[in-house]
Design a protein around this ligand. Structure first.
Ligand SMILES: *Cc1c(COP(=O)(O)O)cnc(C)c1O
Length: 349
């Protein structure tokens, strides 16, 4: 019963096989390998963006920080939700890699910013002339850190506000494919057709060892990104092993299949959670993670019985048994339905 994170799961066997297959002979380093040429073409085709710049890095934090650095000036502020990974979970890497850009937090109750809140936040900045931060890019997480998913119309409404002010837009897609299969739209519809300028296209949480693609729909950003990646020590010399993972991911719809599996596992979990007494689901999850409220005593019983997940509010070990705490359950592509059923049986007994 492992529900701690989708990065706690294994890489898919065909990704491991692709690494073995790539592991013969010689290949140019630093992204000039033939595999990268194929990956770039695949991503351009999948996104219906033949001009897009595509580069690979090994972590989502690097993808976000380097992409945002390319989209902003050091004196800018980046608009994002208070739950954004770039705010809560990247140890100020965006601020560091941008050379001092700050973050402006846009109120978002279910981790989804609204156009009105975004507009109000943008209007609140760049009001102090040379003394204050200048308005910078808007970063949107899809699927969000709370498992919710923006509809295409919601994305369009947000990017329209950003573009009204001449601001660039970034999509943190660590769980891009979970959102995509949930919406059933095309990658183009969820990105550039909806006004997104650059994407951190995640792979690690969805079956890779560690690769994320940074995609810029305006290829003019490409060279600056490359310089920032090298200077930021994220250009891999034996780059073929990054390319091989991404190529396997995009071959035969593996990326879509794995995300659909993770989402289906989470949907099964949600169905079960709804039958449990003293349990309340938080947020309208539409992807592969779900938050639920339950008394400390129930969390203690589940954790003692061998369930693995994070309690995200408070200490599960000490305090009143009836105090309500929030737990987070994440399903990856390999999540076993038997483990889900076992979890629900324990929860409801
Ligand atoms: C996991 C995650 C990332 C990337 O995290 P790394 O640990 O650096 O790979 C980025 N954004 C979101 C929303 C995430 O959940």
């Amino acid at each position: 019963m492992f529900f701690t994170s989708d990065n706690a799961g294994p890489a898919h066997p065909s990704v491991m096989q692709a690494l073995m297959d790539a592991n013969t002979g010689y290949a140019s380093g630093y992204g000039s390998d033939d595999g990268m040429t194929r990956v770039r073409a695949m991503i351009q085709e999948i996104f219906e963006a033949p001009e897009a710049a595509v580069h690979l890095v090994a972590t989502g934090t690097a993808a976000n920080a380097l992409t945002l650095a390319t989209l902003s000036n050091p004196w800018d502020t980046i608009f994002c939700s208070p739950m954004a990974h770039i705010h809560e979970d990247e140890c100020n890497a965006p601020e560091f890699y941008t050379g001092g850009t700050k973050l402006t937090l846009v109120p978002a109750t279910d981790a989804k910013m609204t156009p009105d809140a975004l507009r109000a936040s943008i209007l609140g900045e760049e009001t102090r002339g040379v003394h204050g931060p200048q308005r910078g890019p808007v970063s949107i997480t899809q699927a969000t850190e709370k498992g919710t998913v923006y509809s295409v119309a919601e994305l369009q409404a947000l990017t329209a506000v950003a573009h009204e002010f001449g601001l660039k837009t970034h999509l943190d897609g660590a769980r891009f494919t979970n959102a995509l299969v949930s919406l059933g739209c095309s990658p183009a519809e969820m990105t550039w057709k909806a006004g997104i300028d650059a994407v951190s296209f995640g792979g690690t949480k969805n079956g890779l060892l560690g690769v994320e693609a940074c995609i810029f729909f305006d290829p003019a950003a490409s060279w600056e990104f490359e310089l920032r990646r090298k200077r930021g020590a994220h250009l891999f010399s034996k780059h073929r092993y990054l390319s091989a993972q991404m190529e396997a991911y995009l071959t035969d719809d593996l990326w879509l299949t794995l995300a659909a599996k993770a989402n289906a596992a989470c949907a099964r979990l949600i169905t079960g959670l709804k039958t449990a007494k003293d349990v309340e689901i938080q947020y309208q999850s539409q992807s592969n993670l779900v938050f639920f409220d339950a008394p400390r005593g129930l969390h203690q019983r589940m954790l003692a019985a061998g369930a693995h997940y994070y309690v995200t509010s408070g200490d599960p070990d000490s305090g009143p048994a009836d105090e309500v705490l929030t737990g987070r359950l994440v399903c990856d592509w390999s999540c076993d339905h038997a483990a889900i059923d076992q979890f629900i049986t324990l929860l409801t007994q």
